[in-house]
Design a protein. Structure first.
Length: 747
């Protein structure tokens, strides 16, 4: 003890007071009170500074017993130890005093050494106890602290090997709303009440509770069955209701069953917290048990986090571009930049896996800057090469929104590469709008003032209110792909899509649908008057190289029309296919035809073929024919000759195939035929070999033909088509002039 503690002597005898004062004054400060009442008054003002009280029992005005009964109700006085001074022979007094709460007693006449040691010992013991208590107990709620909980829970588990225990982490989700609404003091009071309720309920089933910090609590309880658990949760919920907590403040439980007793309690709590984190923000899930998969997931995420910086410096993140289309003209209108991680051991990792990890640890800001920079650098190169690039949208994480300097960062990148601002668009995900609407609206406004075009990503995936659209000045809405994917499952999806499209239309906002995977998706969206879209049906995300090739192909197109890119938009096939000029016309039955040959346009062809496949999945054949050396014909004989030749091919195909077999010109020198005659593979080959031979004989050009046969397991037009194209390319590569069946190449 290196500072002087204060001792209060309460005795009606001035002589006694003087004696004790003298004994203690070398080591302590002393104050004196004449009786119990006098002492209480002193405590009212100075309790915090008094370390010990020496109390006489028999006094006028208020005796020692009455004082003992009442002093502990004075704030900060309850912990002050009291030593009672009794007569040498009064054992009865001693017992009575001790049972009334005195810490010890001394007897008269006083022995100075005994008194000094007793006083010093009691003060030290009491201070140690108070110190231990402050480590053990949380100051606000008096629940066990985390460290104390770890120790006590470990003891409970160790001393009760027969029972199984659950470690439960409890989060009061959105508790900050209480602080925001009523202030911190109210928030603290409420936390104390919650703690008390929790302590009582957990205590009643034989467990203990701790406050881990903030609004997170942990408890250890004997395993409860379903019913008991429900009772537990209901009881707590009822108590919370009594506290008038706002309804969006919800209690969430993450539970770890402590069947492996060798784990430390800290590790058990970590797992419970981890389980808890998987239901954070899910408004309809309240409790979750930890399982091993979560452990693997955590390990995987830790690996990603430990590799991320090196990956960025070693340029393992690559930017892909997924084209966006005008659904009516089927022209490319732009692209979205999407990042991929080329991991040396794990292979290509999808952003869906690592973006959430990076959002949690903050690395996303660096990665996003990298993606924006790369995109602008690519745009600059394309501009320099005269490719007339279309706008590219980059994703802006909701974390970036909190960064006040976001507009400056983006602007500096734009300036660095001298990119016209309309070429870099920003996609902001809808969840960002939900979480912190005001901040977001402010940021969107600032970005717009800088001249950026803003697209609201994943619209319809969260709980955003549609009225928000009128407040947030976005230019484009991107319909979340789940709406399209769920349209057969839920009628509501269609209503929602229709509603969003109409509303957006009224507000002058464009709509882009995400995740168009099939012709059916496309037709469905067109019917709902959705103008723009993006999805695997048109093209997967492409490497910068592939996307450049696509742009090259577009540059070679006449301005007003572009043929559908279909699946072959991926890579060079798109370039090959779209070189020639193809105008379309609509015939009397409303079908789209190629203006030159009057054969079916690919979209009509695909739709009709799919219909037949739906009706009868087996026994159909899809042929793709590509004329050999057509480029040479073009160079040597010119456009007119080429046109004539293409018309002759069309006429030839009409002769070769029946009236009801579908024939299409799918690219400048490429044709497709859909045959449903139920012939076996051998017969099909024989027949098509004949077609190839007659073609050379009758019109003087050869073709390479790919054949894909439908079967029950594969009756998707898109799949058949890309199989046939692949088979056709095989023929082209190896020998030209002839045919091959997909899956039986070389025949
Ligand atoms: P998003 O911005 O909504 O991007 C669209 C996602 O849908 C992309 O997934 C894309 O590959 C995928 N997709 C496109 N068409 C289809 C389709 O027809 N069917 C299906 N099933 N999926 C399709 P991806 O590339 O895996 O990206 C996932 C999400 O990761 C993105 O969703 C975006 O939120 C985020 N992300 C991607 N790149 C970045 C980035 O550079 N920065 C940030 N902050 N987020 C990114
Ligand atoms: Mg996006
Ligand atoms: Mg999206």
């Amino acid at each position: 003890m290196n500072y002087r503690r204060k001792v209060m002597i309460v005795d009606d005898s001035p002589v006694n007071r003087m004696i004790v004062s003298k004994i203690l004054s070398d080591s302590f400060d002393v104050i004196e009170a004449e009786n119990g009442l006098d002492a209480l008054e002193i405590l009212m003002n100075q309790a915090g500074s008094i370390s010990l009280i020496i109390l006489d029992i028999v006094m006028p005005v208020m005796d020692g017993y009455t004082f003992l009964e009442s002093y502990s109700s004075i704030p900060q006085a309850g912990n002050i130890p009291v030593i009672v001074a009794t007569q040498m022979d009064s054992e009865q007094d001693e017992v009575k005093a001790l049972s009334a709460g005195a810490a010890d007693f001394i007897t008269k006449p006083y022995k100075p050494e005994v008194i000094r040691h007793r006083v010093a010992n009691i003060i030290r013991m009491r201070e140690n106890a108070a110190f231990i208590n402050s480590i053990e107990r949380d100051a606000l709620t008096s629940l066990y602290t985390k460290e104390a909980f770890y120790t006590l829970a470990a003891e409970i588990i160790e001393h009760d090997p027969t029972n199984l225990f659950d470690i439960v982490c409890i989060d009061i989700e959105n508790f900050h709303i209480v602080n925001d609404l009523y202030g911190e003091h109210e928030g603290d009071m409420l936390l104390c009440n919650i703690a008390q309720s929790l302590d009582a309920i957990v205590g009643s089933v034989g467990g203990i509770v701790s406050r881990f910090g903030g609004d997170v609590f942990a408890a250890i309880l004997p395993v409860l069955d379903q019913l008991q658990w429900q009772e537990f949760v209901d009881e707590f919920q009822t108590k919370l209701k009594d506290q008038h907590i706002p309804s969006n403040v919800q209690v969430k439980y993450g539970i770890f069953r402590a069947s492996d007793r060798s784990l430390s309690v800290r590790a058990m709590c970590d797992r419970a917290v981890q389980a808890l984190s998987t239901i954070k923000g899910k408004y309809d899930v309240f409790h979750v048990y930890y399982d091993d998969e979560m452990g693997m997931r955590l390990k995987y995420e830790l690996e990603l986090a430990s590799d991320m910086r090196r990956a960025l410096s070693e340029q393992r993140f690559k930017v892909y571009y997924q084209p966006k289309y005008d659904l009516i003209t089927e022209q490319i209108i732009g692209a979205e930049a999407l990042v991929r991680w080329m991991h040396p051991e794990k292979g290509i990792i999808s952003p869906a896996e690592f973006i959430p990890v990076f959002e949690a640890n903050g690395f996303i800001t660096q990665l996003d800057s990298f993606v924006w920079d790369t995109t602008c650098r690519d745009l600059r190169r394309w501009l320099d090469e005269g490719k007339k690039p279309m706008p590219v949208s980059v994703n802006v994480s909701r974390i970036d929104i909190y960064n006040e300097s976001l507009p400056d960062i983006l602007e500096s990148i734009i300036h660095k590469y001298a990119i016209p601002i309309n070429l870099l668009r920003l996609e902001i995900t809808e969840t960002a709008y939900v979480k912190n609407q005001q901040q977001l609206v402010r940021m969107v406004n600032r970005l717009k003032r800088h001249g950026f075009i803003i697209e609201m990503d994943d619209f319809g995936s969260g709980f955003s209110s549609l009225t928000m659209l009128s407040e947030t000045p976005v230019d484009v809405i991107k319909l979340d792909m789940s709406l399209l994917a769920n349209r057969y499952k839920s009628e509501r999806s269609t209503s929602i899509i229709r509603f969003i499209i109409n509303l957006a239309d009224e507000l002058g906002i464009s709509v882009i649908a995400e995740g168009i995977e099939t012709l059916d998706d496309l037709e469905y969206l067109k019917k709902l008057k959705c103008r723009y879209g993006q999805g695997f049906y048109f093209s997967k995300p492409l490497t910068a190289d592939e996307y450049e090739k696509l742009m090259d192909a577009i540059l070679m197109q006449p301005k007003d029309y572009l043929p559908k890119q279909a699946k072959t938009a991926i890579g060079s096939a798109a370039a090959e296919q779209s070189k020639g000029e193809m105008r379309s016309v609509v015939d009397a039955q409303g079908r789209q035809l190629d203006a030159l040959t009057r054969l079916l346009h690919l979209s009509t062809f695909a739709e009709a073929a799919q219909k037949r496949l739906d009706e009868c999945p087996d026994g159909n054949t899809l042929l793709v024919l590509n004329l050999d050396n057509f480029a040479l014909v073009n160079e040597n004989y010119g456009q007119k000759h080429c046109d004539d030749l293409l018309r002759s091919v069309a006429a030839f195909l009409h002769r070769e195939f029946r009236e009801d077999e579908l024939i299409s010109r799918v690219g400048s020198d490429e044709f497709a035929v859909f045959v449903s005659d139920g012939m076996p593979c051998e017969s099909v080959c024989e027949r098509m070999n004949g077609v190839c031979k007659r073609m050379i004989a009758q019109i003087g050009v050869s073709c390479s033909m790919g054949i894909a046969l439908s079967e029950h397991l594969c009756a998707e037009f898109d799949v058949l088509y890309s199989n046939a194209v692949q088979a056709m390319r095989e023929v082209k590569k190896t020998r030209k002039n002839g045919c091959a069946v997909y899956g039986k190449l070389g025949s």
